[in-house]
Design a protein around this ligand. Structure first.
Ligand SMILES: Nc1ncnc2c1ncn2[C@@H]1O[C@H](COP(=O)(O)OP(=O)(O)OP(=O)(O)O)[C@@H](O)[C@H]1O
Length: 263
């Protein structure tokens, strides 16, 4: 059990977070506390600000305004403490392409300060569980999209972080690998750790997460335990469409030429 991330305390505390890119406001003043020991989904339409938020929370992007604490440490004042306690699988993950999967884990483990024998043991287990043992000596450049996600996940988990941040971890992953990733993450949160992941796939969020935050246009529209956010709606998808106002949109009506006789 990770001592710093017990259920009841906050894994992440965000206050007054803002980010602009020129005229574009990507994140418009977020205040949010993510509870520890939960499987948390950050959901929102394209361009809602999920990636920008996760980048600021994990110390990859400096906010214009606001503060973020992860397990009690300020991300920008105390970056080394924070980075030792988190694992990150970012969107558009860049990996060392000319290393094999096994070498990538060995390198990551040593960077994290783990003893060589421990890195070897953990790498073997992770490669095995994630069904990458057969591809461990292949160069990462030759990995498929799903294999890249899995080796990235293994690298993010190797030092047993207290909080794991995943940006769209299931994108490009086949159902069998998705099930494997899911089992690994469920086991990980069952031990008291926290997972925060962003996704558009509502069914996935509904089946995996026990806590959700809904984002739209740079703001948090709803947050809390899954059942509370879903409310009386039959599915999270339905609740989500209402929260982001998408039910008013009838985009298809503007496409009267599509599929018609005139080409
Ligand atoms: N580096 C950047 N420069 C300019 N604009 C940016 C940059 N990064 C993000 N944005 C803008 O900020 C807004 C939020 O983008 P962000 O990628 O955080 O959304 P998202 O919710 O992760 O979207 P998606 O689900 O499509 O990945 C968008 O309008 C996007 O165009």
């Amino acid at each position: 059990m990770n001592e710093g991330a017990r259920v009841g305390t906050a894994a992440v505390r965000i206050q007054g977070l803002w980010k602009r890119f020129g005229e574009q406001v990507a994140v418009a003043g977020i205040d949010l506390e993510l509870p520890a020991g939960r499987f948390i989904g950050l959901v929102g339409p394209n361009g809602a600000g999920k990636t920008t938020t996760l980048s600021m929370v994990t110390g990859l992007l400096r906010p214009d305004q606001g503060t973020v604490e992860v397990v009690g440490h300020d991300v920008w004042r105390d970056p080394v403490e924070v980075k030792a306690r988190i694992g990150v699988l970012p969107e558009g993950l860049r990996l060392f392409e000319r290393l094999s999967g096994r070498e990538l884990l060995a390198y990551t483990g040593r960077l994290r300060g783990l003893p060589g024998a421990e890195v070897d043991k953990r790498a073997t287990q992770l490669l095995d569980v994630l069904d990458l043992a057969g591809a461990q000596h292949k160069l990462v450049v030759d990995y498929s999209t799903g294999m890249r996600k899995k080796i990235g996940l293994a690298a993010a988990l190797l030092h047993n972080p207290e909080v794991l941040f995943l940006d769209e971890p299931f994108e490009g992953v086949d159902p069998v690998s998705a099930q494997t990733i899911r089992r690994v993450l469920e086991r990980y949160t069952a031990s008291g750790a926290t997972v925060v992941f962003s996704s558009h796939v509502m069914e996935l969020v509904e089946s995996l997460c026990d806590w959700v935050a809904v984002m739209a246009a740079g703001r948090i529209r709803a947050h809390g335990p899954l059942a509370e956010v879903r409310g009386d709606a039959p599915t999270l998808q339905q609740a989500f469409l209402e929260l982001v106002g998408a039910h008013d949109r009838d985009a298809a009506s503007d496409l009267d030429w599509l599929g018609g006789g005139v080409r």
